[in-house]
Design a protein around this ligand. Sequence first.
Ligand SMILES: Cc1cc2nc3c(=O)[nH]c(=O)nc-3n(C[C@H](O)[C@H](O)[C@H](O)COP(=O)(O)O)c2cc1C
Length: 196
Amino acid sequence: MFDFGRDPLAHFQEFLREAESKGLPEPTGMSLATVSSEGQPSARTVLFKGFYQNGITFYTNFEGRKGREIAANPKVSALFWWPILEKQIRFEGTVEKLPRDVSEAYFATRPRLSQLGAWASQQSAEIPDLDFLQNKLKEFEKKFEGKTVPCPPYWGGYVLIPQEIEFWLGRQGRLHERYVYQRQAEGGWRTFMRSP
Ligand SMILES: Cc1cc2nc3c(=O)[nH]c(=O)nc-3n(C[C@H](O)[C@H](O)[C@H](O)COP(=O)(O)O)c2cc1C
């Protein structure tokens, strides 16, 4: 039984733990949709990395397409779908940058190659070929040889503060269950179901 009395992020955590326990590949992968200033939506996968205050976090390059779109319009949607669980969760809300020290602390835990990759890649920019990228990587390997790789100033985390979270549970005969939490201006959540 789905319990509206529980915090929605507790439900999310439980769904995610279930997905992890089934050994699904990349259970923390979520489709993140942003919208351009012309109203063109775009989606891509990013990894959920944890909680910050009342939201969910992910890390990326602030100057790539999604970063630029977020800077102009912080409203996003994020979607998890775990097929074998027949469960889906949709988040809608606004993103904010995480405090710098939080991003830097996370960056320090990343594998060295990923850290160097963050320096080598100007995310979303057109490049001539793969050699271009590999040469950039070599450049930064040399630059930071024997040193700690610092977090690039244009790289870090965002927290998605949900305005609405919808849980979808696949059921027989297409009578799927949809449970919605909507944040209320006065605090707390309005909870209700939607028809499948
Ligand atoms: C499984 C998977 C996980 C990914 N995780 C991230 C991530 O956490 N952060 C990120 O910036 N890109 C991640 N990517 C790459 C993005 O999907 C995307 O290609 C990249 O962020 C550039 O997107 P943009 O040009 O729309 O900004 C991931 C891709 C896949 C397939």
